[in-house]
Design a binder for this molecule. Structure first.
Ligand code: RTP
Ligand code: MG
Length: 156
């Protein structure tokens, strides 16, 4: 924390395939919450990249649907930055299930743009550790990897 008690963080905001045509609205909400976008990349995940990204959920009943959905179209990965960015972004997203979001957090992004418990606009890292790992997934550091780090993802 700095002298004013703020805690600047970098975290991952991943826009899911269901709202890729509405990223403008999502980015507007991010800036309205005093967060800024410091990196951005539109890409399409293969089935196995989506499975790797959501590895922690591999034993869950919704895993296959989730991986299928996440690899069904383009996503936009963003590094966002600001005070308590990790929790601010998750709060901005709202409850996982879009119907619950409309009921319990009507100002949230999932309330506005989400469809259901699966197609729910975006992903936010659960902790600072997860944020570091997930940012590395989409924006691998080039140190030690030669001149290019663009080989991981195919273009949209
Ligand atoms: P996320 O990881 O995407 O930020 O969402 P979250 O923390 O709010 O939810 P989590 O429990 O981590 O679940 C990851 C994603 O899996 C899909 N899901 N579908 N019952 C279902 O059909 C179900 N439950 C979860 C959602 O896309 C959820 O965001
Ligand atoms: Mg989660």
């Amino acid at each position: 924390r700095n002298k004013l008690g703020s805690k600047k963080e970098r975290t991952l905001a991943l826009i899911k395939p269901d709202v890729v045509t509405k990223i403008g609205d999502v980015i507007e909400s991010i800036y309205s919450s005093n967060l800024i976008v410091t990196k951005a990349k539109m890409t399409r995940l293969s089935w196995s990249q989506a499975a790797d990204f959501y590895m922690e959920h591999q034993s869950k009943p919704f895993f296959n649907n989730l991986v299928q959905f996440m690899s069904s179209g383009s996503v936009v990965a963003m590094e966002i930055m600001g005070d308590e960015a990790t929790s601010v972004w998750r709060k901005l997203l709202g409850p996982t299930d879009s119907a619950a979001a409309r009921r319990d957090a009507p100002q949230s992004i999932r309330a506005h743009f989400g469809t259901d418990g699966l197609k729910n606009v975006g992903h936010g890292s659960e902790s600072l550790d997860a944020a570091a790992r997930e940012l590395e997934f989409f924006f691998p550091s080039t140190i030690g990897h030669g001149p290019s780090n663009t080989a991981t993802f195919t273009d949209c």
